[in-house]
Ligand binder design. Structure first.
Ligand code: ADP
Ligand code: MG
Length: 321
């Protein structure tokens, strides 16, 4: 029902950035090579995500907007096992219950366009489209005034969008991703699979030049990525990104391990820029945490922390720092 969808939306869709996250994850899951994100008024006016992925077949289109109609997996334990980012089939129905949604999609042949608002299908008909999906979400929260009130300033909402797009881009260097706000392009990655290039697109090429590669492994974990020279620091922890099997996570202990790798080379209150990729058996990941909250626990965390710290420490000492 629309009401059930709106209740689910309360959990999944907190703010415009949540919509961006869900739509871009869907585009990634669809095997896209290029994803363009166009946002107006920090997403409150409109959010459009254009991809060149698999598209949705005409007879599946309405179904995709039904709750738990995921074409992906059913067991949340599979979360870190499979490559797909979505798995609950909740995002599209949730979004469509609290906004005006138009989706144009094609699996290669003739396309379809569906228009849904307030959870009700208004129309669906054939449309000219190239392979892929173009979804536009307008007037988010128009029927949930309480949620609108809770939102922060447009600048804050936009910064949350930028932040989530950055993390998704860092996790997917092989996909060309662009973000445009009010017709101004804020970011575009090259999609060449080069993580340093993505870091450059996000933090600036100068800064990417001050990044050192790390690479380390033991029987359980593989750690790779880039960490900044100690001279490139920030007054915020937000420039450290941890990706676990391709998925952006938040983890206090592992963030501490990155900082510990620098030892006394960091000034108090300063933090490095870092992108740390972790690969491990999904069985070592505790997914017993709300999936959209991005916080996960990992077994053998102290062991992993040591690998991260040591990898950074060794790389810095090789530079005679
Ligand atoms: P989930 O991602 O958890 O499966 P969603 O509600 O996000 O659930 O999407 C529902 C379904 O719609 C997906 O399983 C997928 O089959 C289809 N879908 C959504 N967005 C796209 C897209 N951009 N390209 C192709 N298929 C999509
Ligand atoms: Mg999804």
């Amino acid at each position: 029902t629309v009401l059930a969808d709106q209740i689910a939306a309360g959990e999944v869709i907190e703010r415009p950035a949540s919509v961006v996250k869900e739509l871009v994850e869907n585009a990634i899951d669809a095997g896209s090579h290029e994803i363009d994100i166009l946002v107006a008024e920090a997403g409150l006016k409109s959010i459009e995500v254009i991809d060149d992925g698999d598209g949705i077949a005409a007879d599946q289109l309405e179904l995709a907007f039904h709750r738990h109609a995921t074409s992906k997996i059913t067991d949340r334990k599979d979360l870190f096992k499979v490559h797909s980012l979505g798995f609950r089939g909740e995002a599209l129905p949730s979004i469509a219950s609290i906004a005006d949604v138009e989706m144009v999609t094609s699996t290669g042949g003739e396309g379809q366009v569906i228009h849904i608002a307030g959870g009700k299908v208004i129309s669906q008909k054939p449309a000219e489209a190239r392979r892929g999906t173009d979804i536009t979400v307008k007037d988010l929260f128009y029927n949930v005034p309480a949620r609108l009130k809770y939102l922060k300033s447009l600048n804050t909402e936009l910064s949350k969008i930028v932040d989530i797009v950055n993390r998704l881009a860092l996790g997917h260097p092989q996909i060309q991703i662009s973000l445009t706000h009010n017709n101004r392009e804020l970011m575009r990655t090259a999609g060449r699979g080069d993580l340093r290039q993505v870091i450059g697109s996000i933090y600036g090429m100068n800064k990417a030049g001050k990044m050192l590669p790390i690479d380390s492994a033991d029987a359980d974990f593989k750690v790779s990525g880039y960490v900044s020279l100690p001279e490139l620091t920030r007054a915020s922890r937000n420039y450290m990104t941890i990706l676990l099997n391709g998925r952006y996570i938040k983890n206090y202990q592992l963030t501490k391990a990155i900082i510990a790798g620098y030892g006394s080379k960091l000034m108090v209150g300063r933090y490095p820029v870092a992108v740390v990729n972790l690969e491990m058996d999904p069985l070592l990941v505790d997914v017993n945490v709300h999936p959209t909250k991005q916080e996960v626990r990992i077994s053998k965390e102290p062991q992993l922390s040591t690998i991260i710290s040591t990898a950074i420490q060794e790389q810095l000492s090789q530079q005679n720092l």
